[in-house]
Write a protein that binds this ligand. Structure first.
Ligand SMILES: Cc1ncc(C[n+]2csc(CCOP(=O)(O)OP(=O)(O)O)c2C)c(N)n1
Ligand SMILES: [Mg+2]
Length: 254
């Protein structure tokens, strides 16, 4: 998709892919045939620059045909660079400006509590994204309101746009920070599918506390020349790089 569009954020798409695939295949209570079902679980991709990963997983889940992904980032496309809930079924919130997905998710989780309904809210942020102060206001509110129906997944790939997170604004000790805000926290390998399944299967981690899963991941996961390389945040592969990448991922070029 990124190669065809000559635009995108492949590094962060690939760090998030295993978590997204796990959520959509085995965790979220959703029905692609009825995307607006009132009792569905909600997932919000707060790191909206990784829309290609979300669109791919939504397509594979059955919200729309996989073939439509070729429209990614074309002018006026439904598959815009950042997700738009008014354009595509399955997209729960418009994101892109970082720092808004968690606040929206807190509001949704609070709404479920007020209504006495059992649907859950999941949200993924980037790790660099957590430098936005709005997240920490939302984190305080989530524990105050005892939103144990809310799960934040932090894509802890340790890189942001131009550098390592720790060289930009120190994020550690990230787990301790969330615990001090009243959250129940797990740290997991974000590419270990069986561990992710087990972890999500244990939700809520503690009654009355919002849940935080810090998923340790790698930008550009699965492709040797992309993994942990900051430039692949926003870089487009050349034709030969695409061929190598697809080969390493066990995919056929189309
Ligand atoms: C408010 C805001 N500021 C800046 C940007 C530009 N931007 C897009 S992605 C990004 C880096 C995000 O890093 P991280 O959250 O770690 O995402 P990931 O590593 O998962 O791609 C930035 C600064 C933005 N989208 N929103
Ligand atoms: Mg990051």
């Amino acid at each position: 998709m990124v190669y065809a569009a000559k635009l995108g954020h492949p590094g962060g798409d690939m760090s998030a892919a295993d978590v997204l695939a796990t959520l959509y295949s085995n965790v979220l209570k959703i029905d692609p045939a009825n995307p607006g079902a009132p009792d569905r679980d909600r997932f919000i991709l707060s790191k909206g620059h990784c829309s290609a990963a979300l669109y791919s997983v939504l397509a594979e889940t059955g919200y729309f045909p996989v073939a439509e992904l070729s429209e990614y980032m074309k002018p006026l496309s439904k598959f815009s660079g950042h997700p738009d809930r008014n354009k595509l079924p399955g997209v729960e919130a418009n994101t892109g400006p970082l720092g808004h997905g968690l606040p929206i998710a807190v509001g949704a989780a609070k709404a479920a509590k007020i209504k006495g309904e059992s649907w859950r809210v999941f949200v993924m942020t980037g790790d660099g994204e957590l430098q936005e102060g709005s997240n920490w206001e939302a984190a305080m509110a989530a524990s105050h309101f005892q939103l144990d129906n809310l799960t934040l997944i932090v894509d802890r790939n340790r890189l942001q746009q131009g550098d390592e997170t720790e060289r930009t604004i120190t994020m550690e000790p990230l787990a301790e920070r969330f615990r001090s805000f009243g959250w129940a926290v797990r740290e997991v390998d974000g590419h270990d599918i069986s561990l992710l399944l087990q972890t999500f299967g244990e939700l809520p981690f503690e009654k009355g506390r919002p849940n935080c899963v810090i998923a340790r991941t790698h930008k550009g996961r699965g492709v040797s020349f992309m993994e942990d390389r900051v430039e692949w945040h926003h870089k487009v592969p050349l034709a030969e790089e695409l061929a190598t990448a697809l080969k390493e991922l066990g995919e056929e070029a189309e």
